[in-house]
Design a protein around this ligand. Structure first.
Ligand code: FDA
Length: 304
């Protein structure tokens, strides 16, 4: 089911149907702050009031023309302006295929460079999300080259990939900030652990490499076992709560989000917004069978 949903998340036919459907729009709102930047700002304000920080993500991926890539970049510049105007405790997450990675690395690198330079004026930070494994090497190349000019950019490492440990070690050598997650795409067993238990074990292994590195990393998960392992390891190694942050997605396990803050941990909430929510929404359905059941039930009209 997970593979099927992830496969469908790339469907160019299903996307417009789902995006027009009022029920899927309503269910998607559980995971997406709204259609526009005002909605994201309102969500970030709420998150900040709850003593959490935010990362704003303008949804969109795999643009097919240069004009769209340039428009996305302009939007990201405006997001940093707005974060500063509103005095939000927030940074930005973005995807390279939204900035033209499918059209060529040079265009994408130029646009990321502009965004990171703009963010640096506000002493703010850009997180480059990690997409499917076909993009990993190119993403790392762009991040490393842009980071050589401005240090306020980091990326994401996915525990399900066999190659991640080596990539993590290389990023640590240059001092790069990393968000550790399990990985959300459909990957073959030639590149990724097929078993969840192996992904979880690798997640813990990687967390134990990241935390003592002296670099500020994000431990992104809703999994109580991963949270517990991180807390225990930090305690054992006397790693201060200010030296890393937990990260979770908007609308997911808000009970755990509040609990972490109560316990004195730093928590950043990833806030996606925009009209292009279909692939993001499908990945969230794929992560949890109960989400799919809820969605399918919502589609069936209730008898009065
Ligand atoms: P796991 O999937 O084992 O879930 C543990 C528990 O969390 C579940 O039992 C359930 O209670 C809850 N949960 C998890 N997903 C849920 C959902 N969709 N709905 C409801 N409950 C859910 N991936 C990627 O490939 N590239 C990236 O750049 C990012 N970026 C990113 C940022 C942040 C802040 C987070 C938290 C996650 C990502 N991800 C990501 C997604 C990540 O790879 C992964 O798919 C999800 O976080 C789910 O994995 P968990 O670690 O939560 O564990």
């Amino acid at each position: 089911m997970r593979s099927l949903l992830l496969h469908l998340s790339e469907s160019k036919r299903l996307a417009p149907l789902m995006m027009k459907n009022p029920v899927s729009r309503r269910v998607a709102r559980r995971f997406v702050a709204g259609d526009n930047l005002d909605d994201a700002v309102a969500a970030a304000r709420g998150v900040n009031q709850a003593r959490q920080t935010a990362s704003l993500d303008m949804l969109g991926e795999n643009v097919t023309d240069e004009a769209s890539a340039r428009r996305s970049a302009e939007n990201y510049l405006a997001i940093f302006d707005r974060i500063a105007q509103e005095r939000l405790e927030a940074n930005v997450s973005l995807k390279l295929t939204q900035l033209g990675l499918d059209l060529g690395t040079a265009l994408c690198e130029e646009l990321v460079g502009k965004i990171v330079t703009h963010a640096a004026r506000y002493s703010n930070f850009v997180r480059v999300d990690m997409e499917g494994s076909a993009y990993t090497e190119r993403t790392l190349g762009v991040v490393k080259r842009v980071r050589a000019q401005h240090e306020n950019v980091g990326t994401v490492m996915q525990a399900y990939l066999y190659h991640t440990e080596q990539d993590v070690r290389e990023l640590l050598e240059i001092g790069c900030r990393i968000r550790l997650c399990k990985g959300a795409y459909n990957e073959p067993p030639t590149v990724a652990f097929p078993q969840k238990s192996d992904v979880d074990a690798n997640y813990v292994k990687l967390m134990k490499i990241l935390l003592p590195s002296g670099i500020y990393h994000g431990i992104a998960t809703h999994d109580p076992a991963m949270l517990q392992a991180t807390k225990e390891f930090a305690r054992e190694k006397q790693i201060d709560r200010e030296q890393f942050e937990f990260q979770m997605l908007y609308g997911i396990r808000t009970d755990l989000q509040k609990q972490l803050v109560r316990e004195g941990y730093r928590l950043r909430v990833y806030i996606p917004y925009g009209t292009d929510w279909f692939p993001y929404f499908m990945r969230r359905l794929a992560e949890r069978p109960a989400n799919l059941t809820f969605f399918l039930r919502s589609l069936v009209p209730r008898r009065s």
